[in-house]
Design a protein around this ligand. Sequence first.
Ligand code: TEU
Ligand code: CA
Length: 537
Amino acid sequence: AGDRDWWKGAVIYQIYPRSFQDSNGDGIGDLPGITRRLDHVAGLGADAIWISPFFTSPMKDYGYDVSDYREVDPMFGTLADFDALVARAHELGLRVMIDLVLSHTSDQHPWFLKSRADRTNPRADWYVWSDAKPDGTPPNNWLAIFGGPAWHWEPRRMQYYLHNFLTSQPDLNFQNTDVQEALLDVARFWLDRGVDGFRLDTINFYFADKELRDNPALLPQLRNDSIAPLVNPYNWQEHVYSKNRPENLEFLRKIRSVMDEYGAAALGEVGDAQRGLEIMAQYTSGDDLMQMCYAFEFLSKAPLTAVRVAETFGRLADAAPDAWPCWAFSNHDVVRHASRWRLSGDAIKTYATLLMCLKGSACLYQGEELGLPEAEIAFEDLHDPYGKEFWPEFKGRDGCRTPMVWEAEAPNGGFSAAKPWLPVPPEHLARSASVQRDDPEGLPAHYRRAIALRHAHPALARGAQDEITAEGDVIRFIRRHGDEEIFVAVNLSDRPATIAGPGAGRQSIGDELGAAVPDADGAVALGPWGCALLRRG
Ligand code: TEU
Ligand code: CA
């Protein structure tokens, strides 16, 4: 595969800039801090970093509310700091992906300040405006994810505007092609600065139904496994009109052609608790849309069982055999998987092995390689507006956003000399990077070996995947690329299991990961959380 396909099977390390490394003693992580710590990421063997938003922002949603797409927020540094970061990353062989939040802006963005002023200004049609119903209520039943109706009254225009997230995150009007062009120019601006790709926030929210029809209710089908809290009425509707519009495809094609101009990669985030997997398959099928889409399936509350893995890939294959997902177990929006799935040491390692063997690209979230558990945040320390809205049923997203722990002995784990914006949980310190760095049995070493194995075998990184089956708690499948064929079996439980082997003539390639070898009859005995990786060719 050519260089242009670097993203296929890539391991992408997600950095939440506010919490990675503070360099100027204000208790908030920043770009120079990231640059300083890139060795850690390169040391794991990651192919790329994805940096969550660092653009100018009032920080109502911690950067996912952008007021200037072409500037670094002073809190995080300068454009020169960004250039230095890119240069250092490239020196270390790391590609750089940045997080473009195009679906909405901050209400402080000059476009919105203009747009809201009256109904005739040049930006009047840049956001989704609507008159009230005759009784003064919003135009339809759409809800905002972060609470309340998706419509906010603007007295200057005597109209409502659409916001799928906070009231301070108005949705742009993608029906307007000037808006589309302005956003494509933003992408070009960063590509010209040397970025290698984008994580594109909420790509399925770009378009809203032109007729603003009501969303249907969904109460009968509610699933408790959704990553979205059921206390939030947003999850009681099916969002067929407020998002997932067929018109999205038209804009995704335009993004893709910009990507192709530069040889860059797009990782689209599809946030949809019900149909996410199918939409993701649609958006990554063929080669004129997204190269890959960010999948929510493995961010579930319920532990990831063999049956769920098999079902997920079954659905994916049914939806589009050529779909290319990007999996993650943890990110800046959900409870860290060590806590969410209540995993002990061996189990975390086994899931890491599985992630590196499954078809798709993979994101690792900062701190997952250290096995960090979710932090408990007191209401008084809470920053996340989503958490504040639905407390105490939903504790918000700050528990996975606490600072990285670098050195156990240093103040605040080496993150900052000053009081960090979120507390460093004392129980994280024993898992600091420096403590685990030289431990060959440690979790970072395991991640390093699993990533190296994936890189050494094209079948694991970018091969086809067949015969995926759940056999009790064991998930088994075959990966193939060219002449190489690898049989993978992973025991997702603490009970030993024996499975029939894949036949003779295979060699174990998983010794460094503690993988089992078949006996003379070809049967494989897997210990608790054990795995087998057997190669032919
Ligand atoms: O998240 C999109 C999204 O779908 C979220 O609502 C997600 O379901 C929720 O946070 C899970 O708890 C993206 C970003 O990842 C998130 O941080 C932003 O707040 C959001 O977009 C708005 O830009
Ligand atoms: Ca700082």
